[in-house]
Write a protein that binds this ligand. Structure first.
Ligand code: GDP
Ligand code: MN
Length: 343
């Protein structure tokens, strides 16, 4: 009953001053998702777990965005699960659209012949472009320092007894990830070519201790490993930097969001690998997490501690993208620089 009767904060949190006035937060951060009205049940499932495992203690606000207005049913269904503030926002036409330079006939041909998942869909491509280039620029995120991305139907299996935002802030970490895997290569045929052109034009933007070797092989190019962006905890100054913006604009002009089906995950990963110092990337391998159909469960977690996941099914923690990440990181950093909570 209390959940339904408690007063709602009417003023949206929108300014630095308002965030700073929330004494329980030493970090201006939020849990964020782009979602559809039809995702209500899956999102409720995710929020229930985030609340139980983490946010009940920390009370970070949620921000949900949609290309169409949220229904009252959606808003109420979400708000009933949390005492934290929830904000709902809508996208503008530029951030959810097809740019003027896209050749629509060529794009139509692509949609009719594409063989990969979601190959015939406008909405999936717009979603990827939005998450790659616009999410971090949405007005509701303007004053945030960090976001934690969630999605419908994701699951969280472990009590999170510390504040990952604060953990990152105290250590200067800009990108936190949980699952690394390979991409459908047909969706990103020219992504690496375009990216390497960008690097050739802007060599000064590449960090000295970068992680490109994790992704790119001298002979065969980009191998497709990427951080799965349905989980990412990010210092937004990274995406809001000029370097990232220049990179996104370069990719957007090349048209691969539409002529292919470039995902925001490989783009975020290439950007992190190029622009960040390896020590600014963190593997949250202590957070048991599932996105249909991939589980990441800490070793030993099925029989002890507060996680409830089956570590024998957690192949991704030993997957080749994860293993290679650790190898490259070890090479790039000094001995003793940590690469995960448990490493
Ligand atoms: P997948 O994880 O790659 O299979 O893609 P999802 O279907 O889970 O979509 C990724 C995220 O974008 C989810 O949070 C979806 O709710 C959201 N999303 C996907 N398509 C749309 C759309 O057309 N409109 C809105 N508002 N959200 C979308
Ligand atoms: Mn998903």
């Amino acid at each position: 009953l209390v959940a339904y009767n408690r007063p709602r904060i009417q003023q949206p949190i929108a300014t630095v001053a308002e965030y700073n006035n929330m004494p329980q937060h030493s970090v201006r951060a939020a849990i964020v998702a782009l979602v559809r009205n039809s995702d209500l049940f899956g999102l409720r499932l995710a929020i229930r777990q985030i609340e139980d495992r983490f946010n009940r203690k920390f009370q970070y606000p949620y921000i949900f965005l949609n290309d169409v207005p949220f229904t009252e049913e959606f808003k109420q269904g979400v708000q009933a699960l949390t005492k934290a503030e929830v904000q709902f926002g809508q996208l503008d036409d530029e951030s959810w659209g097809i740019p003027s330079w896209i050749d629509l006939d060529k794009y139509e041909q692509v949609k009719q012949t594409a063989q990969y998942p979601h190959g015939n869909k406008d909405s999936y491509r717009k979603m990827c472009r939005f998450q790659a280039g616009y999410l971090h620029r949405h007005p509701l995120l303007q004053y945030l320092e960090y976001y934690w991305r969630i999605e419908p139907d994701v699951e969280y299996y472990c009590d999170i007894e510390y504040d990952p935002f604060l953990f990152m802030k105290q250590r200067g970490i800009k990108y936190g990830w949980n699952i690394a895997m390979t991409e459908f290569m047909d969706t990103i045929k020219t992504l690496w070519n375009t990216t390497s052109q960008f690097i050739n034009k802007n060599p000064h933007l590449v960090a000295d201790r970068n992680m490109l070797e994790w992704l790119v092989d001298r002979d065969s190019g980009y191998g497709g490993c990427h951080f799965w962006s349905n989980f990412e905890i990010v210092d937004l100054s990274f995406y809001q930097s000029q370097a990232y913006q220049q990179y996104f604009d370069y990719l957007d002009k090349a048209g691969g969001f539409f002529y292919e089906r470039w995902g925001d995950a490989p783009i975020h990963s290439l950007a992190a690998a190029m622009f960040l110092d390896a020590s600014e990337i963190h593997y949250f391998n202590d957070i048991g997490y599932f996105h249909p159909s991939v589980l990441s469960c800490p070793k030993g977690a099925s029989k002890q501690g507060t996680c409830v996941c089956d570590d024998t099914r957690s192949f991704v923690q030993d997957g080749h993208c994860t293993v290679r990440y650790k190898q490259v990181r070890k090479k790039v950093l000094e001995p003793g620089e940590p690469y995960g909570v448990h490493d």
